[in-house]
Design a protein around this ligand. Structure first.
Ligand SMILES: Cc1ncc(COP(=O)(O)O)c(C=O)c1O
Length: 423
């Protein structure tokens, strides 16, 4: 947000010269805020001269930083972190850090409102969907979803393509009657089934999928059509990595800490007509209606995390939106998968080619005793967190939006060099 400070010496009006009509201050753009938020002034002791610069889409400055291939919390765009650093002490001349602001103050309201409107623009989220900024991680949603969307005796379907889908299914058992209609466990979670043969329960309230299995590197490239029209997706590890037709889903949820921000905030996008039917036992913090009615401000939200997500959303828009982001992600993933596939079996990726994740690339070495050495040597070259998840072993390179192409190029060059020395 390029916000210009104007007006008199002790009263400033926040203005944004660059925003088009869907400006954060055009409250009509975000209807559920419109009743409450008006253009506002902030009183300051003196005229602020804090420069406020927009985030430029730029080549990330990797100077002094490692290439961090961690699965989450994960790498964030270097220039976004620097922007946050520049605003850390005094946000936009308010005389406060975002960490110190009241979540009910005008400054923070403008931050959360802009984060929401930018996310809506990025994913083209229709007005009949609510966007919620919640806490408790995606894991909490494993319980919140059945609690909000069904009764104790309702049946629901789970398509289990990895550990996260399995965890979601197990948690749902406490609150409804879930059924696993397909599991990839026996094939070590390397596949996604054909949708034609799926035997969905006729009365299932919803069909749950994990759109990208972070540990196993399996990603849905298309989505099944649920029998009753309600598809629910955990998009924690591919959120905002590509365009998504939100209208295909009843609910999408994602922990922020992979693609869009720090850990601490979970984003839920839910069709509004599904809200308001939570089971009686639902804790207040898990009830979507409470959060929707209060614009995610029922209690103290994770303010700084929401602010950071907002900066990332702004950056993704500046890059040209999710079509552009997807192109970059495909280029990086192709580079890495090709290096694996062209290594004559020295490196191997177990995942079926058609469903390989653009975000998380698991791979092993034919000579598995060299894996520790590979990870150690890579770390010396400033490529860190390449160890595979403890449940599957081997290596895993998480190449989220913020991983620069240069990071993947360096990894591929290192892999070739390692192979030349050890083949
Ligand atoms: C796909 C997926 N779902 C759910 C989770 C759990 O998220 P959280 O740790 O935010 O509860 C993770 C965490 O890595 C994940 O990758």
């Amino acid at each position: 947000m390029a916000t210009k400070l104007a007006s008199s010496s002790n009263s400033i009006l926040l203005q944004n010269p660059n925003r088009k009509p869907n400006s954060i201050f055009n409250t009509a753009a975000v209807p559920h805020f419109s009743a409450k938020i008006k253009p506002f002034s902030i009183r300051c002791a003196a005229t602020s001269t804090t420069p406020v610069t927009p985030i430029q889409a730029q080549t990330p400055d990797t100077d002094g930083r490692v290439f961090n291939f961690a699965a989450g919390p994960a790498t964030l765009p270097a220039h976004v972190i620097k922007k946050a650093q520049g605003e850390l002490y005094d946000w936009h001349g308010s005389g406060m850090s975002v960490m110190e602001m009241s979540h009910r103050g005008k400054e923070f309201l403008s931050i959360i409102q802009k984060a929401e409107s930018d996310l809506r623009a990025l994913l083209n989220i229709p007005e009949d969907y609510a966007v919620l900024f919640l806490q408790g991680g995606a894991t909490t949603q494993f319980a919140a979803i059945p609690l909000n969307l069904c009764e104790r005796d309702d049946s629901v379907d789970y398509l289990v393509t990895g550990s996260w889908g399995d965890k979601a299914f197990k948690e749902a058992q406490k609150f409804c009657k879930p059924k696993v209609i397909w599991s990839g466990k026996s094939e070590k979670y390397t596949k996604i089934p054909s949708f034609h043969g799926l035997e969905q329960s006729p009365d299932a309230k919803y069909l749950h999928i994990c759109a990208n299995e972070t540990i196993h590197g399996v990603e849905f490239k298309d989505y099944p059509t649920p029998k009753n029209g309600l598809l629910i997706a955990d998009m924690s590890s591919n959120f905002c990595s590509k365009p998504v037709d939100v209208t295909k889903f009843g609910l999408i949820y994602a922990g922020a800490q992979k693609n869009v921000g720090p850990s601490g905030v979970t984003i839920v996008i839910v069709r509004k007509d599904l809200i308001g039917n939570a089971q009686g036992i639902t804790p207040v913090m898990l009830d979507y209606k409470i959060h929707a009615d209060n614009n995610s401000l029922y209690n103290t939200p994770p303010c700084f995390c929401i602010y950071m997500c907002g900066l990332v959303f702004e950056d993704l828009l500046a890059q040209g939106g999710l079509e552009e982001v997807e192109k970059k992600n495909k280029k990086k993933a192709d580079l890495l998968y090709n290096a694996i596939d062209e290594s004559n079996g020295f490196f191997r990726c177990p995942v079926e080619k058609s469903v390989r994740s653009l975000m998380n690339v698991p791979f092993t070495l034919e000579k598995s005793d060299l894996e520790t050495e590979f990870i150690k040597e890579a770390a010396k070259e400033k490529m860190v967190a390449l160890k595979g998840h403890r449940s599957v072993g081997g290596m895993r390179a998480s190449i989220y939006n913020a991983m620069p192409l240069a990071g993947v190029e360096q990894l591929v060059a290192f892999m070739k060099d390692f192979q030349a020395r050890h083949a």
